[in-house]
Design a protein around this ligand. Structure first.
Ligand code: 9UX
Length: 72
C-alpha cells in the first residue's frame, strides 16, 4: 500500500536546505516520492507503510539538522 503525508518542517532557510532534506528522505527504504517546499515549509512524502514508519522519516529529518513538526 501507499500512504501520502505532509510534514511541516522547521529550520529551513534556503533552497539547499530543502534539497538536503529531500536527499535524506529519498535514501530511506520504502520511499516512493519526496518533494520539499521551502515556501510552505512542508515535505510531501509518499511511502510504503509496510517498509517504513512515519517516525523513522521524522528521525531522518532530525538527523539532517531540521525539525519535523506536525504531520497530516
Ligand atoms: Mo545554506 Mo540552508 O548553508 O541551511 S543549506 S542556509
Amino acid at each position: 500500500s501507499r500512504r501520502e503525508v505532509s510534514i511541516s518542517i522547521g529550520g529551513m532557510t534556503c533552497a539547499a536546505c530543502a534539497k538536503a532534506i529531500e536527499r535524506a528522505i529519498k535514501r530511506l527504504p520504502g520511499i516512493d516520492e519526496v518533494s520539499v517546499n521551502l515556501a510552505t515549509e512542508k515535505a510531501r512524502v509518499v511511502y510504503n507503510p509496510a517498509m517504513i514508519r512515519l517516525s523513522e522519516i521524522k528521525q531522518a529529518i532530525i538527523k539532517a539538522g531540521y525539525k519535523p513538526l506536525e504531520a497530516e
